[in-house]
Write a protein that binds this ligand. Structure first.
Ligand code: FAD
Length: 321
């Protein structure tokens, strides 16, 4: 029997969907090995996040609310999370393989003396943790031999878990990060301000490649606006300065799995596919019919993007009135 502690991810006081993708994994784990799961909510003024989690069948929602936890500084969060796991007897800690999870969870693992499996995409029949390797060309099955385990979950590999009803109790955690001996202090966050959805959470993504050149924004933005979509890019488009770095999707960028993914003037290199091939519906627009992107596309249009995308945008706009 296991006790699984799930690190909840949130932003600006709201729960992030990746937490529910992670919960889907935790439920599979508990279904296979027996036991129960709790949530850990770390941060400041996170009452609404904890309340939002009460209907998901957890044994408890543990809340460490402290001004010094307002930002996910790994040394402080890792300590508080490990201490909480010890105090409630959790032998498994899971969280999203997001920027925050990749930072916090390894530190938690060290403090727990736990083996760690990262970026997990499935729990195998034999109870191993499957993770993609070599840009998704191989899947490694990892077994952890330590009693305590820490696991980061690739959110795009699991559908978000549904609420089950009920009302899990909220339990305050006495967390003073000063006790954690954190020598890292938050100074400022220089984030990109955007009214568009977060790439990792977006239902629709319009992604552009190097072929769009310096008209990257002129082609992708109107289509994204009409669809309420996030904008992504290939690494080549980023490297050539046509798109900002945080748009990058792929092996060395973000991993996404939206309902609908437009790959516009993207060739479909294996490193790009590693970040988007699990999208539910893929639409490729490319002037070269032989490009590998068409092998993964559900809908393919061989056309000049500078002509086809404005036309498509106008048609969608007209249909939507
Ligand atoms: C270790 C490593 C990690 C990497 N990580 C990533 C990663 O995370 N993400 C990533 O994307 N790449 C990554 N790459 C790079 C990857 O190998 C490719 O170079 C990159 O994905 C190519 O981007 P692209 O398709 O935009 O450009 P290109 O390969 O140059 O393709 C441009 C495409 O645009 C089309 N095109 C041109 N003009 C038009 C037009 N007018 N209308 C329609 N189509 C047009 C062309 O037919 C072509 O298919 C990585 C590479 C390495 C070695």
């Amino acid at each position: 029997m296991s006790k699984v502690l799930i690190l909840a991810e949130h932003d600006k006081g709201a729960l992030k969907k990746v937490t529910l993708n992670t919960l889907a994994f935790a439920r599979q784990y508990v279904a296979k090995f027996g036991g129960s799961y709790d949530f850990a909510v770390l941060g400041h003024n996170v009452g609404a996040v904890a309340t939002a989690l009460q209907g998901f069948g957890a044994g408890a929602v543990h809340v460490a609310d402290h001004a010094d936890l307002a930002h996910p500084i790994a040394s402080a969060w890792g300590k508080v999370l490990a201490d909480l796991a010890k105090s409630i007897g959790a032998d498994v800690v899971v969280g999203p393989a997001s920027t925050t999870g990749k930072d916090v969870l390894p530190r938690t693992a060290v403090r727990l003396g736990a083996g760690m499996a990262s970026d997990i995409i499935a729990l195998t029949d034999s109870g191993a943790f499957a993770r993609p390797m070599w840009a998704g060309n191989l899947t490694g099955n990892v077994k952890i031999s330590t009693a305590n385990k820490v696991i980061s979950v690739r959110a795009s590999a699991f559908d978000a878990a549904e609420a089950t009803g009920g009302s899990s109790p909220i339990q305050a955690v006495a967390a003073d990060p000063a006790l954690a001996g954190s020598r890292v202090k938050f100074v400022s966050f220089d984030g990109v301000q955007s009214s568009r959805p977060d790439l990792a959470e977006a239902a629709i993504i319009v992604a552009g490649g190097r072929g769009l050149k310096d008209r990257f924004g002129a082609v992708t933005e109107p289509l994204a606006d009409v669809l309420g979509a996030a904008i992504g890019a290939s690494r080549a488009a980023v490297d050539d300065g046509f798109a900002p770095n945080d748009y990058q999707i792929g092996q060395t960028g973000k991993v996404v799995a939206p309902q609908l993914y437009f790959a516009i003037a993207i060739s479909g290199a294996v490193q790009h596919l590693a970040g988007m091939k699990n999208s539910k519906v893929i639409v490729a627009i490319n002037k070269n019919a032989d490009e590998p992107i068409f092998k993964v596309a559900d809908y393919g249009l061989v056309a000049d993007a500078f002509v086809a995308v404005p036309e498509l945008t106008a048609q969608i706009k007209a249909l939507r009135g």
